[in-house]
Design a protein around this ligand. Structure first.
Ligand SMILES: [Mn+2]
Length: 440
């Protein structure tokens, strides 16, 4: 569930306090300016470079432009979109990547110009230095003003512009790369726009060990965050109060960002899939549904759990809860190489159908997980080792004010799957014990 927008943690605190963000300090000899550079992650500049080389190889010709076009949110600060970060490890606002397969300068990072006066308000931005190129793993970093000239020069000899960003829906705004390509093709005869978005999506859908480790860390922090929330669960507390505890817990543990805006709903709100208001007060006898996730090194966790506000589920709640567990068990068991998302979905539905709750499962139960909460599916056909998907069946009964959703994150392995979130209690008795332990 949930939309894929980023969380709302403030960036302001960030830097100094959080040891996991390894700032690189260096001085520009030209301006005598010291610049802090973000983007240092365990994944490392060489990996980002290898990814670009692999993509350049598959593109073969022409040019590809990729904008770091994630919207900047006041409370979150700037986060590069998934594809841009996957290829660059770079969060510099407004940056652009230009790939020119076969050219001696085949990868160029373009940065927005500096604005000395704006930087008094928002902080220093880097000067273009050799040390910056080394730190960011690029042979060539220029200003975005060069893009026109570089494209024109390239299109004198080449005629293909590759779209490598994720496809936008017809009702979405025209993405900036396609807008640029449209202008180029309106001015240079014979220029062709080619859909190569599948290439990057194929790369992103198979996760490396380092990526899986980041997802696991995000899951572990999410687990701790939920435990901190549980310590406060009782009649009389507000949904937004619990949301605040989760966010604070993440930050305290070094996760600067939430993977998405938490869903915290009690009572009837457990039946609202994307519940956002969070203005209700918890009451005895209700259920509490949490759909939450931390982001760690840009990788997302996505976990849902449902709890009794009291210490135990009522018999009616328990009956429904156990069906969701059984449906989830069946769906997780269906996760293996060669299976499809449809197979996974159907495994859960079969259990729900047998229980007589067919119409209470109102959404599909899986999506890919990675740099985005809803990651691309690659070809979207069958599961392969290295893919990470969610399994999230839910049953929703508005008239009973009972909504139960369980969501876990599953890695497809060569032989089947590994439940990355196995440490987070899931069975009814284990969840009641978790709640009791957290309250002590
Ligand atoms: Mn989900």
């Amino acid at each position: 569930m949930k939309r894929s927008s980023r969380g709302t943690l403030t960036t302001a605190a960030a830097w100094a306090g959080l040891s996991f963000v390894l700032g690189i300090l260096f001085t520009s000899p030209v301006h005598g300016q010291t610049v802090r550079v973000t983007g240092a992650t365990p994944i490392g500049v060489e990996t980002f470079h290898q990814r670009r080389l692999a993509l350049l190889d598959s593109l073969k010709d022409g040019a590809a432009v990729l904008y770091s076009s994630r919207r900047e949110e006041a409370s979150t600060g700037y986060r590069a979109d998934g594809s841009f970060w996957y290829l660059t490890g770079n969060d510099d606002p407004g940056a652009i990547l230009l790939l020119l397969p076969g050219d001696p300068e085949d990868e160029i990072l373009l940065l927005r110009p500096r604005d000395i006066e704006a930087e008094r308000w928002t902080g220093d931005r880097p000067a273009l230095t050799e040390s910056l190129q080394t730190a960011w793993g690029f042979d060539r970093i220029r200003r975005v003003d060069y893009l026109d000239w570089l494209i024109l020069r390239r299109m004198k000899h080449e005629h293909v512009l590759h779209l490598i960003s994720s496809l936008a829906a017809p009702s979405d705004p025209v993405p900036p790369d396609l807008e640029l390509y449209g202008k180029v093709s309106a001015r240079i005869p014979g220029v062709e726009i080619k859909n190569s978005s599948r290439l990057l999506e194929r790369m992103r859908v198979i996760k490396s060990d380092a990526e899986i480790a980041a997802i696991e860390k995000a899951i572990a922090v999410t687990h701790q965050g939920i435990t901190d929330v549980l310590a406060a669960v009782r009649p009389g507390v507000t949904e937004f109060g619990l949301d605040g505890i989760f966010e604070e817990s993440l930050k305290r543990r070094g996760a600067q960002h939430m993977a998405f805006e938490p869903i915290v709903g009690a009572g009837e709100e457990t039946t609202v899939l994307h519940y956002e208001k969070q203005d209700q007060t918890l009451a005895a006898g209700q259920l509490l549904l949490l759909d939450v996730g931390a982001e760690w090194d840009h990788y997302c966790a996505d976990i849902s759990r449902t709890f009794p506000v009291d210490s135990a589920f009522s018999p009616e709640q328990a009956g429904i809860y156990d069906v969701v567990v059984a449906a989830q068990d069946a769906a997780i068991a269906a996760v293996k190489p060669g299976a499809t998302m449809r197979d996974v979905n159907e495994a859960a539905r079969a259990v729900v159908r047998r229980a007589g709750y067919t119409d209470a499962l109102i959404h599909d139960i899986s999506h890919h997980l990675g740099l985005e909460v809803h990651d691309g599916s690659g070809d979207g056909v069958s599961l392969e080792p290295g893919m990470v998907i969610t399994v999230e069946p839910g049953l929703y009964f508005r008239d009973k004010a009972i909504g139960v959703r369980l969501e876990d994150d599953v890695l497809v392995t060569a032989t089947g799957n590994r439940l990355l979130s196995a440490a987070i209690p899931r069975d009814r008795a284990a969840v009641e014990a978790w709640l009791a332990a957290a309250r002590k």
